[in-house]
Design a protein around this ligand. Structure first.
Ligand SMILES: Cc1cc2nc3c(=O)[nH]c(=O)nc-3n(C[C@H](O)[C@H](O)[C@H](O)COP(=O)(O)OP(=O)(O)OC[C@H]3O[C@@H](n4cnc5c(N)ncnc54)[C@H](O)[C@@H]3O)c2cc1C
Length: 490
């Protein structure tokens, strides 16, 4: 069967690897000159700067995608554990290093927060691991046709509810630890799902499992290497790649089925199935003639971010590690600002990643590659991003400098929600539809739509959701839909 994959983001690449491995005739059409989408790269003046994801978790999922294309991940990407995974710095001046391995982390908690808190870490990890074990096969790594499918998983649901899965992330974490620093450390991950830890259901603690228990990794040469590796594996397995060309329209036949895709260079590629990787609401609006599903059109979108990427002269402070989270003094109020009031956080928590700390190839000698992310409201919020662009960039850089990082800039790129929107991301957020309960799983915009048979979706705005692990799974789930469609057509 001929399949066109629109977009070589990690979702599209995963779909391509899974389809090519099944001997479909796959063509990937990507409008950019390189693969990766959000997981892009900028190389300038000897600095290499990842433009999107910087925290890599769940390497086994990446390995599975390579294997689907008949490739060995080790031939394409070398992953190394980042240890400490994060350095968490608190407003009182204390800091905690999140370590790989339970023993090392228990010891760190003992040293910083005392023996009672350290004793809670093991049971917390066991709880997280059980949550993951229950959720992954039944609710994350599978296709849903309707919310009624949940009834077939009722036993698992009941167990998750009994484990406290419907309490808030904050309350659940606080049931293990009393030190507020640990509350922040093990609940900030709710932000990855676009939610405040005070509102997010504890079922989303699986994200905490993915980093704090399974660990954080970094590919030699940067995160973008995941994308170039997957593209190479898919190509070696027979997929054709066409870069620098955008799809303008997906042609769907009236009698049902896909005819192919029209490209912006005027050509047409015939296809029996199409897998679309652009942000789902954008794909509906720009490439299809059917209305966008209600949840994607009217739903609540995750907050966005300001991102400052810089190649700077000098070294990071001696205590700094690869990933440094600088927590602000406000916690609950900061989420109210961001999520309810649509403003920036009053005393923002920021992530300062310095990949050249663990991989010297990311910066020239004497330089540091910096990646600084501050959460920000998306375009539904009330910030005048155009009018305030310069001031906000300057404020962020000043804060980074005040924290002791070098800010003697050689090259830099600054992105805010307007930039994300210009790159085709709905509401100017790179983090897609928020993972509220009714925007997750069977309630999220599906990866197939009965109105347009033969068209399937992959990426962070469909199931299972946002982040590298989830979009890799979404590629597999989309490929599964294509195979089912192929069987149905026979
Ligand atoms: C700043 C930032 C920080 C992040 N941090 C993390 C993190 O630390 N850890 C983590 O796990 N995740 C993180 N994420 C999220 C993660 O990067 C995304 O969820 C994931 O990469 C999205 O992949 P995707 O395949 O859904 O979409 P994309 O990467 O957006 O891929 C879509 C592709 O489709 C192409 N395309 C669009 N329209 C067309 C068209 N008409 N024709 C042809 N091609 C088209 C685009 O060019 C793009 O290549 C971060 C993202 C950003 C931006």
């Amino acid at each position: 069967m001929r399949v066109v994959v629109i977009g070589a983001g990690l979702g599209g690449l995963s779909a391509a690897c899974h389809l090519t491995g099944r001997e479909h005739d796959v063509t990937v059409v990507e409008r950019a000159p390189i693969p990766g989408g959000r997981a892009g790269v900028i190389e300038a003046a000897g600095y290499r700067m990842d433009t999107g994801p910087c925290v890599m978790t769940m390497p086994g999922l990446l390995r599975d995608v390579f294997a689907a294309a008949g490739a060995d991940m080790d031939d394409h990407v070398t992953l190394r554990p980042v240890d400490p995974m994060y350095r968490a710095v608190y407003p009182d001046g204390s800091s905690l290093r999140v370590r790989h391995g339970r023993e090392a982390m228990t010891e760190e908690i003992r040293n910083v927060c005392g023996p009672d808190e350290a004793a809670a870490f093991g049971p917390f990890c066991d709880w997280l691991a059980e949550l993951y074990r229950l959720e992954m096969p039944d609710f994350i790594d599978r296709n849903f046709d309707s919310p009624l499918d949940y009834l077939t998983r009722i036993g698992t649901l009941v167990r998750i509810v009994r484990m406290g899965g419907l309490r808030s992330v904050h309350r659940k974490v606080a049931s293990f630890f009393s030190d507020e620093r640990l509350h922040k450390l093990f609940s900030f991950q709710a932000m990855y799902a676009g939610l405040s830890p005070f509102d997010a259901l504890a079922i989303y603690c699986v994200i905490t499992y993915m980093d704090s228990v399974e660990g954080v990794y970094f590919p030699d040469g940067g995160m973008h290497r995941m994308a170039t590796g997957l593209a190479a594996a898919a190509a070696a397995a027979g997929a054709a790649f066409q870069y620098g060309t955008a799809v303008e329209r997906i042609e769907v036949s009236r009698s049902g089925g896909t005819r192919g895709v029209h490209l912006d260079d005027g050509t047409f590629i015939p296809a029996d199935a199409v897998v679309a990787n652009p942000d789902l609401p954008v794909a509906y609006r720009d490439l299809l003639d059917v209305p966008t599903p209600r949840v994607a059109a009217r739903g609540r979108y995750s907050p966005s971010c300001m991102l400052w990427l810089a190649g700077v002269r000098g070294s990071v402070p001696a205590a700094a590690t690869h990933h440094n989270i600088h927590f602000g003094s406000e916690w609950e109020g900061a989420f109210t600002d961001l999520l309810d009031r649509g403003t920036t956080m009053r005393d923002p928590s920021i992530l300062v990643t310095a990949p050249s700390v663990s991989d010297p190839t990311m910066a020239p000698a004497g330089g540091t590659s910096l990646y600084v992310l501050e959460p920000a409201p998306n375009l539904d919020g009330g910030v005048d991003w155009r009018g305030e662009r310069e001031r906000r960039r300057d404020d962020l850089v000043a804060r980074v400098g005040a924290l002791g990082y070098p800010v003697d800039v050689e090259v830099e790129h600054y992105l805010d929600p307007i930039d994300w929107a210009e790159q085709g991301m709905e509401r100017g957020t790179p983090f897609a539809l928020a993972h509220t309960f009714f925007q997750t799983g069977a309630f999220r915009a599906g990866n197939r739509d009965r109105r347009i048979p033969g068209v399937f979706f992959t990426g962070s705005s469909t199931t299972p959701g946002v982040g590298v692990p989830m979009v890799l799974i979404s590629g597999r789930l989309a490929a599964e839909r294509v195979r089912t469609w192929e069987r149905e057509r026979r």
